[in-house]
Design a protein around this ligand. Structure first.
Ligand code: 3UK
Length: 526
């Protein structure tokens, strides 16, 4: 075992909230949103009160509550307040469809919902359609806005009515603390159950040891708290060292992000590759991306194309640290690091995690051979909720299967090659759709691209590309020929797309991952 896996009485709220107050940070600002801020002392008191408020609503230890919330100072109060009373919070993506929420409401059997005011009507509609009654706590209502119906409560009333000296539930370090629904690029979302000690494991192993986050940092994450990536970035990592987090409830457009950078001068910025790429094509990108104090930028969620990292470094003067994480492992487990960056790779295993690349028989692949990435570490989830066979496949003892194809370079760097299920062979040689997409996206006319394997008249699989062109670029035969030549030169002769189809947009999950299976379905029915 490791220092995080020893089983002991432990509630994460004491580590992330109370310890800061004990260390004399009671008056320090922990979170800032566009309207309010909250100190460490204020957070401690509000989480005690919210915990007691939940008990007063009839909720008991181990019941589950959904958090359908925008990023404001109420988010940490709800999350850590629930943990304090041993209730399991389930942060939910705020961008899902009513059908997806209906599925999750039913699957999770949550007993209450905390919802931000702009999302309340939608949540009411889902409950009505399911024919179930649940207490709903609405955050961010205006003073004059009224709540109607029974079991409807204002967030601030639940906080105000709870006692400030209530109990902290005695939980165990390896007891389930919260769930996250996996983004589900294929199939239905899975409730991924995480334990108390995983939060401190990721905060120390990645936040502190890799990023070097410290007390005087001011962090801003464009990735929202409901995403495992954002939960670490904007909540657990900064709280683990007593830093300050700035929150934006709105959509992180390049303009909105630049405004945050200028206003708050964050020292650490977290984004996803699509955002970095959009910011790069924005005239507003300057040194520090607008912040006078920027130390590091971090990218995850999908692979960061090398040219994006390199261009970003040139213009802003700051590197982007790309690392791979997953909902199942809670945060990043293979990563580049400050001072040790190789663009175009995901870096090396984060100390404290072990990674292997294995073939279909579970044997270690040689350097240079593509295989599946499996990982072992203290922050692996306890399993999926009510999904026994998927749990057994993904969490195989101490090794967690990522479903990602990787190759290790002799230098020890891990290079992403796409999802296991999206790979295909051309003339017996593996093609990673991702590699062809990256080659296409590096062409000056291309905004983004998706590639699938497609049968030709000989029933042999060849790459087919769906391409979104940049504004004002016209599609014609000359351009198609240029794109094919570009891929041949960049990725390898056999990898060029035999067919190119122009699209106005690509099908994506709510978290921005390309849904190649949709393109495959579309291609089969055509
Ligand atoms: C892909 C990457 C290449 C990969 C996440 C940081 O993305 C996160 O979690 P999800 O469950 O998706 C996991 C899958 O996304 N991926 C993520 N990062 C990278 N591929 N390079 C990367 N840097 O397919 C992985 O299996 O949504 C990211 C922290 C916490 C997270 N949950």
């Amino acid at each position: 075992g490791d220092e995080f896996s020893e089983r002991r009485p432990y509630n994460a709220v004491t580590d992330f909230v109370d310890r800061n107050v004990d260390a004399g940070r009671g008056k320090k600002v922990a979170f800032i949103d566009p309207d309010r801020s909250i100190t460490y002392g204020g957070l401690q008191e509000a989480t005690y009160r919210f915990a007691d408020g939940l008990r007063r609503l009839g909720l008991r230890q181990e019941s589950r509550i959904l958090l359908l919330m925008l990023d404001t100072v109420d988010y940490p109060v709800a999350f850590w307040g629930a943990l304090r009373t041993g209730i399991t919070p389930i942060p939910l993506n705020t961008l899902l469809t009513a059908e997806q929420y209906a599925y999750i409401f039913a699957d999770s059997r949550a007993e209450a919902i905390v919802v931000s005011a702009p999302l309340a009507a939608m949540a009411e509609g889902v409950l009505a359609k399911l024919g179930i009654a649940r207490p709903m706590i609405v955050a961010g209502l205006g003073k004059d806005e009224k709540l109607s119906g029974s079991q409807r409560h204002r967030f601030e009333d639940v906080v105000a009515q709870g006692k400030a000296d209530a109990k902290t539930a005695q939980t165990l370090s390896d007891e389930v603390a919260f769930w996250l629904y996996s983004s589900g690029s294929t199939g239905e979302p899975k409730g991924t159950r995480h334990i108390h000690s995983s939060l401190i494991a990721t905060a120390k192993l990645f936040g502190q040891n890799v990023l070097g986050i410290r007390e005087d940092d001011v962090v801003y994450s464009a990735a929202k708290i409901f995403f495992a990536y954002g939960l670490g970035n904007a909540m657990s990592f900064p709280l683990s060292v007593g830093a300050t987090t700035v929150l934006l409830p709105d959509r992180p457009t390049p303009d909105a992000v630049f405004a945050m950078m200028k206003k708050h001068n964050p020292t650490i910025f977290y984004g996803v590759p699509t955002l970095y790429s959009a910011m790069l094509s924005h005239a507003g990108l300057t040194r520090g991306a607008g912040s006078d104090k920027l130390r590091w930028c971090v990218s995850a969620g999908e692979a960061l194309p090398a040219h994006v990292g390199e261009r970003w470094k040139e213009i802003t003067g700051t590197d982007i640290i790309d690392g791979i994480g997953s909902t199942e492992m809670l945060h990043i487990f293979v990563s580049n690091a400050p001072g040790d960056i190789k663009y175009g790779t995901s870096g090396k295993p984060v100390p404290g995690y072990r990674a292997r690349i294995v073939d279909e028989h579970g044997k270690d692949a040689a350097d240079g051979e593509v295989g599946e990435l499996v990982v072992s570490g203290p922050s692996a989830a306890d399993g999926y909720w009510n999904q026994r066979s998927k749990s057994r496949k993904t969490f195989a003892g101490e090794w967690t299967h990522t479903g990602d194809k990787y190759v290790r370079e002799p230098s020890g760097h891990y290079v992403y090659c796409g999802r296991t299920d999206d790979m295909f062979k051309v003339s017996g040689i593996w093609v990673s759709p991702f590699e062809v997409e990256a080659a296409l996206a590096s062409h000056e006319s291309v905004l983004e691209a998706a590639v699938i394997g497609c049968e030709d008249t000989d029933k042999l699989v060849k790459p087919k590309a769906y391409v979104v062109l940049k504004n004002g670029i016209a599609a014609n035969e000359t351009l198609f020929e240029a794109l094919k030549e570009h891929v041949k030169a960049r990725a390898g002769a056999w990898k060029y797309p035999r067919w190119i189809e122009i699209k106005s947009e690509l099908p994506k999950t709510a978290t921005g991952k390309i849904q190649r299976f949709k393109l495959r379905e579309e291609n089969e029915t055509a």
